[in-house]
Design a protein around this ligand. Structure first.
Ligand code: NAD
Length: 302
């Protein structure tokens, strides 16, 4: 990807601020690649991937993400179905529904939208999704395969982060990569993907903060990824000069959306930085579609 020359050299002689890793631009390029791949698949198999997003009780907080998935699926040419199940559905009925989709040869990908109501054990139910149809890469089989480097269905946000890092042009091998946040959906899988590329990986979390060591680790990072959910947690003057900064955080601050990194001051030190909004988010949705295509290919190899 060509990085936009969005900033210029400061007249006072300071280094130019970081270039933006523009998620909209990157997602447009990735969508073009997927469209081409899809037209090959259509030619070879006569049909395209179809995915189902299962929403329970239609929580309003989930709807924006679902409509953006629908839009992106349409742009690429993937069939997208949104199923809304009643809020009071039992775990047993939900599993039975998922198993029906597992057997349906016309459905290639399944995702279970979060949040789920309290009677549902998300992890248990997610493990009933056929690993070959597990669009979010959260089934234990796919997580295990990821450790072995044997799956191409990887969780969408970590996959989006890796695409941003790739687009910066940095050679990951041997670099100090610091991941702040160790959640199952972002921090942990991301640290594995970085290890796979031979980065030297440090994972920080709430206890790193409690121990007063966050700044020390962050300031070592050639590649910094922050996925916490706390605005301005990472101060701009902690950022190593010339680093790549990927901000996954999404925080509502008044009427604005902000990340976890103090953007303006971080931009003075980093070489590349993702904006929030418009950085990781738009690419994450495209990664879901890439997983749908991978799932389709896995099922058609059988
Ligand atoms: P989570 O709540 O599951 O995990 C938060 C992590 O942050 C934990 O590892 C915790 O130990 C750590 N943490 C908490 N306080 C800390 C502190 N003071 N210092 C250092 N570490 C601290 O969160 P998640 O689901 O991984 O999401 C993280 C953020 O990323 C949220 O803002 C979420 O909205 C955003 N997110 C964005 C996308 C996207 O596509 N852009 C996708 C998923 C999540």
């Amino acid at each position: 990807m060509k990085i936009p020359e969005s900033t210029s050299q400061s007249e006072s002689g300071f280094a130019a601020p970081a270039k933006l890793l523009d998620g909209k631009l990157l997602s447009a390029q990735l969508k073009e690649q997927l469209k081409k791949e899809l037209s090959d698949l259509r030619e070879r198999f006569g049909h395209v991937p179809a995915l189902v997003n299962i929403m329970i009780g239609e929580p309003a907080s989930s709807c924006a993400y679902a409509s953006s998935q629908k839009k992106v699926a349409g742009e690429i040419g993937i069939e997208y179905r949104l199923t809304s199940l009643p809020l009071e559905i039992s775990q047993r009925d939900l599993i039975a529904y998922i198993e029906k989709l597992n057997k349906d040869p016309h459905i290639h990908g399944i995702m279970l939208h979060k949040p789920v109501p309290k009677q549902i054990d998300y992890r248990l139910v997610a493990n009933h999704v056929d690993p070959a149809k597990d669009l979010e890469g959260i089934n234990v089989e796919n997580i295990g395969k990821m450790i072995l480097g044997e799956t191409r269905i990887i969780p969408c946000t970590p996959a989006a982060v890796m695409e941003h890092i790739k687009s910066s042009g940095i050679n990951i091998r041997g670099k100090e990569a610091v991941v702040v946040g160790h959640s199952e959906i972002v921090g942990k899988p991301l640290s594995l993907l970085l290890l796979e590329q031979y980065a030297t990986v440090t994972v920080c979390h709430v206890a790193t903060h409690e121990a007063g060591k966050l700044r020390e680790h962050v300031s070592q990072a050639d590649i910094l990824i922050v996925a916490v959910g706390k605005p301005a947690l990472i101060k701009g003057d902690w950022i190593k000069k010339g680093s790549v900064v990927i901000d996954v955080g999404i925080n509502r601050v008044g009427d604005r959306i902000e990340g976890d990194v103090e953007f303006e001051s971080a931009r003075r030190n980093a070489a590349y930085i993702t904006p929030v909004p418009g950085g990781v988010g738009p690419v994450t949705v495209v990664m879901l579609m890439r997983n749908a295509i991978e799932a389709f290919k896995i099922q058609n190899r059988k």
